[in-house]
Design a binder for this molecule. Structure first.
Ligand SMILES: Cc1cc2nc3c(=O)[nH]c(=O)nc-3n(C[C@H](O)[C@H](O)[C@H](O)COP(=O)(O)OP(=O)(O)OC[C@H]3O[C@@H](n4cnc5c(N)ncnc54)[C@H](O)[C@@H]3O)c2cc1C
Length: 412
């Protein structure tokens, strides 16, 4: 299927929560994943060709969609996940898959994350039509029941919940055999399935009912999944004992969303604790949502110096002037900026010797809430490029020190 970049992401193999606003170009640039990665892979796996405009205006296009085509570098794949740093995607050829039939959704309660993971792994092996394997815990569910008006899905509350969806003629029987006599709700009609999915799909909202969340999206190898999912709250408690931690996500592909409502200052300590833990398990600090500017200080936990230097060289080759998204991902000319992300009095401004009178221009970017609107009392991360005549902040300060700054602007 050929699609222009602004086309919305409905009716494709990938299914993401932002499907009603995300564009094909954005999903390619972020290599979006979502709820069916287990079966169909992320956006990169859907690409059969691409058209893009390079920073110098050159149009590159390779849209024949051939299955076999070994005629050089696979740049469509390179652009997937490039976060807008290498080119602007202006067209894409995407694979289509047969529309799923006889789809069944099951939401089962289980005693703990060990059992949940083992059951999901069995589903991958024993349910040929499996499309999704998602999880959430009682912590998030209780918040949604209390604040979002959802009724508990099962008569008996469980410690954790596994949502499985499968399609095809044998799907119902395969899922029934797998679930056995566990407490479960089953949906076959579109309405019933949507109701069961709402428990999982509304989880990104749960933390927002308690405060302003720090949203992390990490992944680990299958053998470490239980450790990550069951220890994330304790890891956060070490740096902020009063924080609320809600975990949910895509159990079969190792991906856990860790949403934290801090009690202590949101000064990077939560990210630092979780990312270091994930790195120690051989995982990724960004499973689906990219590095952007917010996670840039932690990229060295996930990528070696040699890899980061390679990123910069690739980038220089395609965009030597650094025109495209200059503050995202490594670049050969070090951008002179610092990361600012919460509240402080202007008196606390000097960091690394930065004079208070430094002329700054504020470059807002999308916060975790995805809002472009600056609400009163809200705090948003902003990038503040430094004027070239001032000393750049040293890389060690850049990666370890955060400058918290109230949003003084009505709107961006
Ligand atoms: C509420 C919400 C839920 C989400 N849930 C998921 C999820 O479940 N799974 C998942 O994987 N992701 C998820 N995401 C992230 C998702 O991948 C992106 O929001 C979406 O794919 C980006 O599409 P967009 O058109 O909104 O791009 P934008 O948000 O506008 O841009 C995203 C990035 O892509 C770049 N970009 C945009 N368009 C182009 C283009 N044409 N060419 C080159 N670069 C471009 C931008 O510069 C930016 O770096 C979610 C996001 C939100 C807001």
């Amino acid at each position: 299927m050929m699609t222009p970049p602004g086309a919305l992401l409905r009716s494709l193999p990938i299914l993401i929560a932002s499907r009603d606003s995300a564009t094909v170009g954005g999903a390619v640039a972020t290599n979006a994943g979502g709820l069916r990665v287990l079966r169909f892979g992320p956006m990169r796996a859907q690409l059969r060709g691409i058209e893009a405009v390079l920073a110098d205006g050159t149009v590159v296009s390779h849209l024949a969609g051939l299955v076999k085509d070994n005629t050089g570098y696979d740049y469509p794949s390179l652009l997937a996940g490039s976060e807008g740093t290498l080119a602007v995607v202006t067209g894409a050829r995407l694979r289509l898959v047969p529309r799923p039939r006889d789809t069944v959704t099951v939401l089962a309660g289980v005693g703990g994350l060990d059992e949940l993971h083992a059951l999901a792994r069995r589903a991958v092996r024993e349910v040929p039509g499996l499309v999704s394997a998602e999880f959430f815990t009682r912590t998030g569910l209780d918040i949604l029941v209390a604040h979002a008006g959802l009724a508990p899905p099962l008569a008996v509350p469980a410690a954790a919940y596994l949502l499985l969806e499968a399609s095809g003629p044998g799907a119902f029987g395969d899922l029934a055999d797998l679930i056995g006599d566990r407490e479960a709700a089953v949906g076959e009609s579109a309405a019933d399935r949507a109701r069961l999915w709402s428990y999982r799909e509304r989880h990104p909202e749960a933390a927002g009912f308690l405060g302003v969340p720090v949203k992390l999206d990490v992944s680990v190898p299958a053998a470490q999944w239980v450790r990550l999912a069951s220890s994330a709250a304790a890891v956060v408690a070490d740096v902020d004992p009063g924080a609320e931690v809600i975990t949910f996500g895509h159990v079969a592909d190792g991906n856990v969303h860790v949403n934290i409502v801090p009690a202590a200052a949101a000064d990077g300590r939560h990210e630092d604790a979780v990312f270091r833990f994930v790195a120690s398990l051989g995982g990724s600090i960004s499973a689906e949502h990219g590095i952007g500017a917010l996670k840039a200080p932690w990229l060295p936990l996930a990528r070696t110096e040699a890899e980061r230097a390679l990123f910069a060289r690739i980038r220089s080759a395609l965009d030597p002037a650094g025109t495209l998204n200059p503050n995202v991902l490594p670049w050969s000319r070090k951008p002179q900026f610092s990361i600012f992300s919460a509240s402080c009095a202007p008196a606390a401004m000097p960091v690394g010797g930065l004079p208070r009178t430094t002329p700054i221009s504020v470059r807002p970017f999308r916060a975790a809430s995805n809002s472009r609107q600056c609400r009163a009392e809200s705090v948003y991360p902003v990038l503040i490029p430094m004027a070239p005549e001032y000393e750049p902040i040293s890389p060690s300060v850049l990666s370890h020190q955060y400058w918290w700054c109230p949003c003084p602007f009505g709107r961006w």
